[in-house]
Design a protein around this ligand. Structure first.
Ligand SMILES: [Zn+2]
Length: 475
């Protein structure tokens, strides 16, 4: 697989796209120059302890106090100073940053865990001999008073590089402690790397990095000379003199597609994404595929393509929580196993934690995915002011009936018309084919194109006042 990172380093906002075999797999964005919160380390002061929430609120020098979940072994009191680290933001975005006292300093190959002990090797390193070798090295270089996690990327890395990284991470930690000791006010101790540098650190087997600004390009070249970026990774500068970088790599159009409800599969089938409060539901449809004689075979083909696309979409849309997939029905146990293993394989390139729980009795695949960022559609979209998130509005016919009902109320109050209903064109059209209420009551419909589909306005026009020219009488 060819993995590339395309970086749009525009003024004020940096976006980074992970492209695998020409297809967009991940998209990330971040305001440049912002202190950054997740991964950053802060010197904090405990402001309040909330036993009912099992949490403390900690002033970290930002606008909102941070939220620190407490465990039984923690003895914190108001006014205590603590070193905390921002964690991935949870759904509680308005409640300020969620922080932890368990600091994790990540390098390319190792993660230093101050205050812990022991060495852990990433579960993704499968080979027992390699695990043992890495364990040996890691135990030798683990600084006192710290734990060490060996990341998957360390497979095949020289011992020298691991030694150097362990030393540099430990130095960073010493520096953080020194700074904290002389800080008088809560605030930032150690800022995280900018978005694209974190991605370069965390992505494996990166063939190419393309970036749109000279300054950042120069910084990448320096980082590569300092061995922070693999030698094999090609670094390119994209000059935006004719075209914007994301236009040149067709990334904008792929982002727009990732927001749509329907996703087409190469075979002609398609997926429908529904984001519910408690879970994400994905429906697999055979679409244009003709379910011919060999139904089972066709179903399997669509399902296998769907599995691959679903794995990609989950990363791209950064879906979190419970995911239910309604695949096309397949009877055979063999086919179901083939589908399960294809799904597992497709999920391997996902850096988030994913788990397939299995296939339920009704044929739904149950999965969970641990999200690390804000879901794409939440990050790029706001609630619809038109339907307030319902996704539907009243039909023109129903609005017309409601308007007529309103006139009946007005008539009960003694009004006799003529009445003019100002409403949306579709409601006006529906009104025109409706019978008037009584022979002597004159009702007119007037379409106003900009009007909200569900709203109307009724005016009783006094006798002798001309009816607006655009208004049409009811039948
Ligand atoms: Zn809407």
């Amino acid at each position: 697989m060819v993995r590339e990172l395309i970086i749009d380093d525009a003024p004020g906002y940096l976006r980074a796209a992970v492209v695998e075999d020409g297809k967009l797999s991940e998209i990330h964005g971040e305001k440049t120059g912002s202190a950054g919160e997740t991964e950053s380390v802060f010197c904090g002061r405990v402001q309040a302890i909330k036993p009912s929430l099992k949490a403390a609120f900690v002033d970290i020098g930002t606008e909102l106090n941070a939220f620190l979940p407490l465990t039984d072994d923690m003895t914190l009191r108001c006014g205590d100073r603590v070193i905390v680290q921002g964690q991935a933001k949870q759904a509680t975005e308005t409640k300020g940053l969620r922080v932890t006292t368990k600091i994790n300093l990540a390098g390319k190959w190792l993660v230093l865990v101050p205050g812990q002990s022991g060495v852990h090797i990433s579960k993704k390193v499968k080979d027992p001999a390699l695990r043992a070798a890495l364990m040996d090295i890691a135990q030798g270089i683990c600084p006192a008073g710290c734990g060490l996690i060996v990341r998957t990327a360390s497979e095949g890395v020289t011992q020298q590089l691991l030694v150097e990284e362990a030393r540099s991470l430990h130095e960073t930690w010493q520096e953080i402690k020194r700074k904290a000791a002389c800080m008088t006010k809560p605030g930032l101790l150690h800022g995280r790397l900018p978005l694209h540098m974190r991605l370069i650190r965390d992505l494996r087997e990166l063939s190419k990095v393309v970036i749109s600004s000279q300054e950042s390009y120069d910084a990448l070249i320096t980082a590569q000379q300092e061995q922070q970026i693999d030698k094999q990774t090609r670094i390119e500068l994209f000059r935006e003199d004719r075209q914007l970088i994301f236009d040149a790599y067709s990334i904008e159009t792929q982002i727009d597609k990732a927001l749509r409800r329907r996703v087409w599969l190469p075979c002609g089938g398609y997926l429908i994404f529904d984001f519910c409060e408690a879970m994400t539901v994905i429906d697999v449809n055979s679409g244009k595929m003709i379910l011919g004689r060999d139904l089972e075979e066709t179903a399997l083909r669509v399902n296998l393509e769907a599995a691959e696309e679903i794995a990609r979409q989950l990363r791209l849309r950064d879906v979190g929580g419970i995911v239910l997939v309604d695949f096309i029905d397949m009877r055979g146990e063999e086919q179901r196993q083939a589908l399960l293993s294809r799904m597992k394989e497709a999920l391997l390139s996902d850096r988030a934690q994913t788990k397939i729980e299995g296939i339920t009795r009704l044929g739904l695949m149950e999965m969970t995915r641990k999200r690390t960022h804000t879901q794409l559609h939440k990050a790029l979209r706001a609630g619809c002011s038109y339907c307030s998130g319902d996704g539907e509005v009243l039909s023109g016919e129903e609005v017309a009936r409601r308007a007529v009902r309103q006139i009946r109320r007005m008539m009960l109050a003694g009004q006799r018309g003529p009445f003019v209903i100002r409403c949306s064109p579709s409601a006006a059209q529906a009104l025109e084919s409706m019978p008037s209420l009584a022979p002597d009551v004159q009702i007119y419909a007037q379409a106003s194109p900009g009007r909200h589909a569900e709203r109307f306005e009724i005016e009783q026009i006094g006798t002798g006042i001309p009816i607006p020219r655009e208004a049409r009488p009811l039948k």
